[in-house]
Design a binder for this molecule. Sequence first.
Ligand SMILES: *Cc1c(COP(=O)(O)O)cnc(C)c1O
Length: 840
Amino acid sequence: MHITHYLPRALPEPLAGLTTLALDLRWSWHHGTDTLWRTVDPQLWEETRNPWLILESVSDQRLEDLAADAQFIEALRQQLEMKEQHFQGETWFASQYGSTFQGYVAYFSMEFGLSESLPIYSGGLGVLAGDLMKTACDLGVPLVGIGLLYQQGYFRQALDAQGEQIEFYPYNDPTMLPVVPLTDDSGEWVNVTVELPGRLLRLRVWHVEVGRRSLFLLDSNDPLNNPGDRGITSELYGSGQKSAQEMRLQQEIVLGIGGWRLLEKMGIECPVCHLNEGHAAFAILERAHSFMLHSKLPFDVALRATRAGNLFTSHTPVEAGFDRFPPELLLRYFRDYAKQLGISEDQLLALGRSDAYDHGEPFNMAYLAFRGAGAVNGVSRLHGRVSRHIFQPLFPRWPTAEVPVAYVTNGVHAATWDSAVADTLWTNACGKMRWLGTLETIESALRCVDDQALWDFRCQGRHALVEFLNPRLVRQNDNHEGLHEQTKGLAPDFLTLGFARRFTGYKRTNLLLHDPQRLTRLLTSRDRPVQLVIAGKAHPQDSEGKRMIREWTDYLRQPELQGRVVFMEDYNLVVAAEMVQGVDIWINTPRRPWEASGTSGMKVLVNGGLNLSELDGWWAEAYRPELGWALGDRQEHHDTAAWDAAEAEQLYRLLEEEVVPSFYRRDVNGLPHEWIARMRESMAQLSAQFSSNRMLREYTERFYVPMAETCKQRHDDNAALAAGIEEWHTLLRQHWDKLYFGNITAEAIAEGIRFQVQVYLDGLPPDAVSVELYAEDPAGGQPLRRPLTRTAALLGVNNAYLYEGTVAQDRPASDYTSRIVPSHPSALVPLEAAFITWYK
Ligand SMILES: *Cc1c(COP(=O)(O)O)cnc(C)c1O
């Protein structure tokens, strides 16, 4: 892959290396170059943390001075050398798969939250994508990111004097972002085009350097485009305008189709395409389209050849969360495209529907992603289970437990979220390279840290948060004539609770306010005081979310809560990092099962914070009594008002009777041993398990590597295998309705229960199917499947057979049902052939 470096402004020769350092986003988690940038311009650095912006804005005079400063030049030389050395080390991926894996994993995401200097994310989905890219750099996983460069991104939040949210959309001037135009060999700015109704849309391409990995961002703000089209990549999850849905469709066309075209144009071979949520699912169509053009094969075969390399990660816990487009809108944009694919409009629409014959059904992007994937996963164990229910409509008559959705629990990039003191503590315990390998020794090494060291580190983290927050609160008040009453700062030694998330109904961001007087009593205790830091945005269209912000801002203005509750404006990566590094307890109160995974609570782990959270998402699989606190009963509840009240009661009781006493129960030296024991267990047991290192290794081992291999098999010999699977599937389609069972007998014999099952296969070759006994697990686990053996042809009929098999006698014969399912040595069943016939 060829990336030309772009020079922003003429730098004095000795400083040329600054460009290299400023463009590599690794500074955002590595911090080795922080002192360099602080030296260049201390004020800009504190305010923006954006080296690129500093480099673009600093005066010529200052640059001249620095070029003559031998100490600075030496520090710069050292950083450049360390960068070079770092990238020479062998990575985990190179040592495991370096000689076998070829090409790249293309990672498509609507948002990337890498650093606040590149604000092209709104929340958890983007932060996850950012953490995954950084980890790909750490582990050497060959992954390229594909996203959009938004001119405005997501809104910025402030609070007015009444405590209402106000929204700003500052313009992201690309010259101030750490991105450069992607140029080709002849120095021309690379662009790709996609077709929109009656016109072509030109997309400019930007390059972001994430250590050794590349992120490509597409942008429609090309002066040659229609004025209206230039704004397609303006806002992330924009609302306001009435054509929001059409804008979203256009963005998804840019991301999926434009993104895949870019990879083709750059000659970047990607056997694996990872779709982070269904937004990018059009990449599936374009990938198949491109394969058709090269192979001259029809669309159905091309899709079968390419889908084996597409991984779809779903993040949505409810059906309503999927993107859906009205059929007429979709067709307006895809009528010509369907022609290019050689399929009818109905065939195209059927790819996004659960029922191909329901002409009113909207086009669902998650269904398209499912229909074009070789594997699908949810983002926590519980979310995997929930997703099997959500996608059940694509697998009619299949047991929910067999709906093919795996799970890979999310993780966070430890080096991004740890504080400077945490970095020191972990380096002493586990060494500098601790997040670059396979993490086996983390747990035992961390267990060796003594109580005193853990408590010092915790207190330093809290102090740093207070130092960050107090001046910010003052500024927050001055800026917008904001919450004037909020003038008293936080105290460094009080038990500090953190609560930050998107304000929306299911997150129940006001559960703590269920009984305001009880909360006030808790916070204002004279002997055991507690303070609470709150942050979070409500989507501009979410009036319930805005009301919940207002509830908090009304509450915290009471005089006795001065310095006990603060609301930080503009929750973003910087505020999030400061909070997770400083708080003692992270509270999360979503309504189960709506939190697919959640990641913010994982960010406190390396910093010694503890979680008090609903047993939902990741916490449902992480929680143990010795390392944190849990809300809820592992069930879903439908009477929400009554259940919310019960959970609020549980939350208060936990805080009053367990959390607060445990924090303030000190020995003669002032150490809270019970609290520290929880910290140690939480850090030792969970930091590695919920790291993005573990997550990306899991994606690599279970999906990327095997999928690349399967995809290659399907591509070989001009897709002979894919064509064979397509033929098999055509036969199944033609005959499936006419399969039926004859007699079934079950007989007790010495070895167990012998089943004899007669099956009529119409025109299907017998090895195209498998006949099985099926029994549900009474404990709710994986069902039992026992394939039967074809033993004889039935007399007097064509193509009908006796199948036989014996099962143990520990369960009654009536527990077993017979069924016919598709069978093919290389096909994915039921993912790409969801036929099934049950006896009776
Ligand atoms: C981690 C993070 C999120 C995700 O938080 P959850 O509450 O776990 O969904 C959202 N926004 C920001 C700024 C974050 O850093």
